[in-house]
Write a protein that binds this ligand. Structure first.
Ligand code: SF4
Length: 282
């Protein structure tokens, strides 16, 4: 296979001349000049991030690894956390970093009982920050991460240093499981059965108590502050309002703001908390 690729490259250079050579160099440089990242399970650690790069061609000093995860299950949920290395401990060679997550976050990440559509839209974003203030983002579909976490434990090569397990930075952990959405779903489910209960027991209060939640506010303005990590969660939640581009998120021109609860859900689900909105009472 590699012989075939080399043959194609050589043929391309001969036939295409300097322009082809330039394009090949650009593609190879782009591939090798960025660190790679993946999420794995190690023998003694259920969750670890492996960051891998070629030290010869890419002299990096990694000082922070950040993980964002968002999933649009009913109600929506997300988590975000980072591990920061002190200045002198920044990593100059590839490493496997076991991260000690709390049980609920680990269970959320490993939950495979989500429908196929949700799974297709669930992503991890790993951000690798270096001492020279460069950040590389690697996006991993949850489907692939689950396959890795459920498979055999990852065994790092001799080029990859296995670090001691660490907890996420105390200030970084931000887990959201939209509570109001759960309340609304529970109320809607109760409303569906309330009429029967009312008819059977003559209890009108049951129906009133079970009425689905309706927004008591109107959204008057929505905007995005700097820092979007292009995770797509807001566009999945409210596609009429949010548009995620290749490097940020924007509010669509003349976006309808009528679905206040959906906008609230998108803002609460934003892993980096950059969606802001103004309201007034309904
Ligand atoms: S604004 Fe927030 S939710 Fe939307 S894409 Fe950016 S980071 Fe994700």
């Amino acid at each position: 296979m590699s012989n075939l690729i080399i043959a194609i490259v050589v043929a391309g250079i001969i036939l295409g001349g300097p322009l082809t050579l330039f394009a090949v160099i650009k593609i190879l440089a782009r591939y090798f000049a960025t660190p790679k990242a993946k999420i794995v399970a190690l023998k003694d650690a259920p969750f670890a991030v492996v960051v891998d790069w070629d030290r010869e061609s890419l002299p990096l000093e990694v000082f922070r690894v950040r993980v964002d995860f968002a999933e649009l299950v009913r109600g929506g949920r997300s988590t975000s956390f980072s591990v920061t290395f002190a200045d002198r401990a920044s990593k100059k060679k590839s490493f496997a970093l076991p991260i000690e997550l709390n049980e609920s976050d680990l269970a959320m990440i490993k939950d495979d009982k989500v429908d196929a559509r949700t799974l297709k839209q669930s992503y991890f974003t790993i951000e690798i920050e270096t001492a020279d203030n460069q950040a590389t983002r690697v996006r991993l579909p949850k489907r692939k991460v689950l396959e890795t976490l459920k498979g055999e434990a990852f065994v790092p090569s001799s080029d990859v240093e296995t670090l001691a397990p660490v907890k996420p930075d105390e200030w970084s952990l931000l887990t959201r499981v939209f509570p109001w959405r759960h309340a609304a779903a529970a109320a809607a489910a109760a409303a569906a059965i309330a009429p029967k209960a009312e008819a059977a027991e003559g209890a009108p209060k049951a129906a009133a108590a079970a009425a689905p939640q309706i927004a008591d506010f109107v959204v008057t303005k929505v905007w995005i502050e700097p820092g979007c990590i292009v995770c797509d969660a807001c566009e999945n939640e409210a596609p009429d309002v949010f548009e995620v581009t290749s490097d940020t998120c924007i509010i669509r021109p003349n976006a309808p703001l009528g679905n206040a609860l959906s906008i609230k859900a998108a803002a609460e689900g934003c892993p980096v908390n950059v969606i802001k909105y103004d309201t007034r009472p309904a």
